[in-house]
Design a protein around this ligand. Structure first.
Ligand code: UD1
Length: 420
């Protein structure tokens, strides 16, 4: 297994190019199941989760040709409709194939993903919505068995909770359904918006894109032609590198970024003392030498993203004063706290609220990555820690950060990838 070794307290300087968004790429790749043509997708990040989903599609019989940042997916050759445990257990987002496979083939089996490091993460809302669309769902031996021999029917769906992959799954199912499907309390994340925009531009009319009420006009089982498109920039990767600038108090620039998707993140960094120069697709952070404490509550887009909570928690350890960070989306998303404490951070946890008493000089030591975003918080902490930090179990980072070591190294970080 590999680990990262980071030598702290180095100054950073330069420009980091932001990759395509992992969380946009996953539903967009699943969307190719709805296509009758080979679909070309550009600006994909080179991360393990993307390869996992392409492997899942390949196992079903699709052909996936992934080179550089581009993939050509042909799903016309799919012969299997079962997503097996060995793949689903490594990536929960595999559930994204359920809606499109069921819509196209009338049946689908997907292994239940189970819990994960940040909480239970049920899929009940996905299943309830598919049932409303006429699917028969059975849970059998750890698998969701879904069938809709006569196709899915448009209907009104009201999500009790806002769910990102749930919305994407139902939008894709509704795309080939018979009639209109109206989803109320839909997710408005940019990744869901892009999925809707691509479908809308390629023969599936969707009203209300970017709002909490989506109406998908189904094609009654007809597969669609999807023209080549590019994935939007990764707002979480961008936010993480902005935090790298803020925590090291070094000016850093980002290119190929979408500033409009980063409103809540930029506003919290501003509250902490940073300022920015922003163009259409670049952001330069001018960090403050004295970081101010902050209050953060994670919520659905456009509010502050849960996927940036861990990184801001690391940043708050370097603020002068008490920061309060409340996690509202996942019940167990504070695994990084104990690792940051081992580096010398003063953090108290009470339920879903972390109180960070800054500022403390962090010390390099051995720490363990526990989930994707928790891992990047440890990287940020290591950049300002005294001495060396060894971050173990970095397969979590590889799932979602495209060439993180290379990108940080290019702006001056002392970072090595080593074998255990
Ligand atoms: C997606 C993102 C993830 C991000 C999360 C929240 C991808 C691949 N992953 O995850 O990075 O942290 O959104 O922004 O895009 N819930 C239910 N029942 C369901 C579905 C969800 O109770 O059927 C709950 C979840 O447990 C959680 C909340 O709803 O508490 C939001 O989850 P959801 O938006 O579905 O997260 P994901 O789509 O899995």
């Amino acid at each position: 297994m590999d680990y990262l070794q980071i030598q702290g307290i180095k100054s950073l300087n330069g420009t980091i190019e932001i990759s395509g968004a992992k969380n946009a790429s996953l539903p967009l790749i699943a969307m190719t199941i709805l296509a009758k043509n080979s679909v070309s997708i550009k600006n994909l990040p080179d991360v393990v989760d993307i390869k996992t989903l392409l492997k899942l599609l390949t196992n079903l019989g699709a052909t996936c040709d992934f080179h550089d940042d581009k993939v050509l997916v042909d799903t016309s050759t799919i012969t299997q409709t079962k997503a097996t445990y060995d793949i689903v257990k490594t990536m929960r987002a595999s559930i994204l194939v359920l809606g499109p496979i069921l819509a196209r083939f009338g049946h689908c089996e997907v292994s239940l993903p189970g819990g994960c490091a940040i909480g239970q993460r049920p899929i009940d809302l996905h299943l309830k919505a598919l049932e409303q669309m006429g699917a028969k769902i059975n849970i059998n031996a750890g698998y969701v068995e879904a069938s809709a021999p006569n196709g899915l029917k448009g209907c009104n769906i009201n999500f009790d909770k806002i769910t990102v992959t749930g919305t994407a799954n139902i939008v894709m199912a509704a795309a080939l359904a018979d009639g209109n499907t109206t989803i109320t309390n839909a997710a408005r994340e940019p990744e869901v918006v892009q999925l809707c925009e691509i479908l809308n531009a390629n023969g599936v009319q969707i009203d209300g894109i970017g709002t909490a009420i989506l109406t998908v006009h189904g094609t009654a089982g007809k597969c669609i032609d999807i023209k080549e498109f590019s994935v939007i920039p990764d707002r979480i990767e961008a936010g993480t590198y902005l935090c790298a600038g803020a925590i090291t108090r070094c000016e850093l620039s980002l290119s190929k970024v979408e500033p409009k998707h980063l409103g809540a993140v930029l506003s919290k960094l501003e509250e902490m003392g940073s300022s920015f120069t922003i163009t259409e697709d670049t952001i330069t952070i001018h960090p403050s030498q004295d970081i101010k404490p902050v209050k953060i509550v994670t919520q659905e887009y456009p509010a502050f993203p849960t996927d940036m909570q861990a990184q801001f928690l690391a940043l708050a350890t370097q603020a002068d004063g008490v920061s309060i960070i409340e996690e509202r989306l996942f019940e167990n998303r504070f695994m990084h706290v104990s690792e940051l404490q081992r580096m010398g951070a003063d953090i108290t946890l009470s339920g879903n609220i972390a109180t960070v008493n800054g500022k403390n000089q962090l010390c390099g030591t051995d720490v363990m990555a526990t989930d994707l975003r928790a891992s990047s918080a440890l990287v940020l902490a290591a950049l300002v820690a005294e001495g060396k930090t060894d971050i173990h179990r970095i397969y979590h980072l590889d799932r979602g950060y495209d060439r993180l070591k290379e990108k940080l190294e290019a702006v001056g970080a002392k970072i090595q990838r080593l074998k255990e």
